[in-house]
Design a protein around this ligand. Structure first.
Ligand SMILES: *Cc1c(COP(=O)(O)O)cnc(C)c1O
Ligand SMILES: [Zn+2]
Length: 443
């Protein structure tokens, strides 16, 4: 049945496997503790290389690690003594040990904000609600975490051009990281994205191509390009480098637990585009438990989507384990993936942990952006409006327990989605005189 769920990857997999099995470097690359690629569906293992789908069953490949050498206390000390960015977790990531010395953007170690004002508004117990604010990353979204991993894989496999299909934030993250690391970049986005995202993606000097279509069209185009001589030597961070890229999201799990004093949160609310981030946060939490860095306690994972692009929450509510693609129509463009690759795994995780997947409409997204700004001084992009809006909805329905430690992710910066709050502006326009100020009724 799982094989059926992943049919779309089949044609891409064959081409990619065929073009990379002759890569002599595949067995000797140094990506730290990464030992091999392993199929998520059937467990088939292949050497590290730029492949992303299993040659046996077309299931997605992910990194298998050898963590056996780690002593828990030593590892904890080493992490705590590390740099204030994701490389403090280098021993748990598919990167060489000296990664921190290479030119990259050093993302991560973003703020975990104790959101007591928001908690009060939402009826959550004092001290229990936190916002993990990833707008503080170098290109102002969580995507810097994943691109930083993909860059190391691209170096290891000898790619010279970095590329991606993007809903906006990834394009900027790839452009910036490529500029700093000395790669050429050529990235693809839907042509009608928010201006903030287009400028952010273009300013780093790489090539930026708008595709007439939605994200799923862009993604399909990139799959074709990978199989074509025109795409030879190109590392697509979220396609042929996807197994490496995806691991970057584990750092959100590591940081949240370390920032809580090496404790698991009880509940997490995570946005879903392709579902990769949510899936890998779960993987990161399980690794910390396995390594003895946190106590093994239950946690619940909640997925958040916009109503106008809610293939995963629709499947969740219907009790399905197959995700039916949708045509997105929402202001939350960074989450507008109608055919999410990791959708089925998100369903598994929400159900296994006792969480849920919920969605909110555009009106509630805008309200939630303003609520978070007004209560905590955090200006989130629409994806943050989705998680805060879904948090509110889940509290109202009783699915989220207001007495438990809850972490809500804000994955991007409101400056990139200004249109969403376009009605927000001047309270009054006055002449530069006290008289005029009084007339405006503000005193
Ligand atoms: C890409 C993105 C996500 C999550 O993407 P996944 O494909 O589910 O990993 C979340 N928020 C923002 C702002 C993003 O750009
Ligand atoms: Zn397989």
């Amino acid at each position: 049945m799982r094989k059926m769920r992943r049919k779309g990857l089949a044609s891409m997999a064959v081409q990619t496997v065929a073009s990379t099995t002759d890569s002599a470097a595949a067995n000797s690359v140094d990506l730290g503790p990464a030992a091999a690629l392993s199929c998520r569906e059937c467990g088939h293992r292949v050497p590290l290389g730029p492949v992303f789908a299993c040659e046996e069953c077309f299931g997605p490949l992910e990194i298998a690690y050898d963590f056996s050498a780690h002593d828990t206390e030593e590892l904890r000390k080493r992490i705590e003594a590390g740099p204030a960015n994701i490389w403090r977790y280098a021993p748990l990531l598919p990167v060489p040990a000296d990664v921190a010395t290479k030119p990259n953007l050093n993302p991560g170690w973003t703020k975990l904000v104790q959101a007591d004002n928001l908690a009060r508004e939402l009826g959550v117990d004092a001290g229990k609600l936190f916002v993990k604010d990833d707008s503080g990353n170098p290109t102002h979204s969580f995507k810097d975490r994943v691109v930083a991993q993909a860059i190391e894989a691209a170096r290891a496999f000898g790619f010279t051009t970095l590329s991606c299909s993007s809903t906006g934030n990834l394009a900027g993250a790839v452009g910036a990281a490529a500029a700093r690391a000395g790669f050429r970049s050529c990235v693809f986005i839907p042509h009608d994205l928010e201006q903030g995202k287009v400028v952010m993606a273009a300013v780093y000097g790489g090539e930026l191509v708008g595709i007439e279509g939605n994200y799923d069209d862009v993604n399909r185009f990139c799959s074709e390009l990978i199989g074509d001589p025109a795409g030879e030597g190109w590392g697509f961070v979220n396609v042929n480098l996807r197994p490496y890229y995806a691991e970057g999201s584990k750092t959100l799990a590591y940081e949240i637990c370390e920032q809580l004093g090496w404790r698991l949160p009880d509940q997490l609310v995570i946005p879903i585009a392709s579902g990769s981030q949510l899936t890998k946060i779960d993987k990161g939490l399980r690794e910390l438990i396995g390594l003895g860095l946190v106590e093994d306690r239950p946690y619940k994972i909640f997925g958040a989507q916009a109503e106008g692009c809610s293939p995963v929450s629709t499947a969740y509510k219907a009790g399905h384990d197959v995700v039916r693609p949708q045509k997105p129509d929402t202001i939350a463009k960074s989450l507008a993936i109608g055919n999410p690759a990791d959708g089925p795994y998100v369903l598994d995780i929400a159900r296994r942990t006792g969480g849920a997947v919920e969605d909110v409409d555009d009106g509630r997204i805008v309200e939630a952006i303003k609520l978070l700004a007004r209560t905590e001084g955090i200006f989130a992009e629409t994806a943050g409006g989705v998680t805060v809006g879904v948090t509110r909805k889940l509290l109202e329905s009783g699915a989220l327990d207001p007495s438990l430690t809850t972490v809500v992710l804000n994955t991007g910066d409101g400056l990139k989605t200004l249109d969403a709050v376009a009605g927000t502006g001047l309270t009054a326009t006055i002449r530069p005189s006290l008289e005029s100020f009084r007339e405006a009724g503000l005193v």
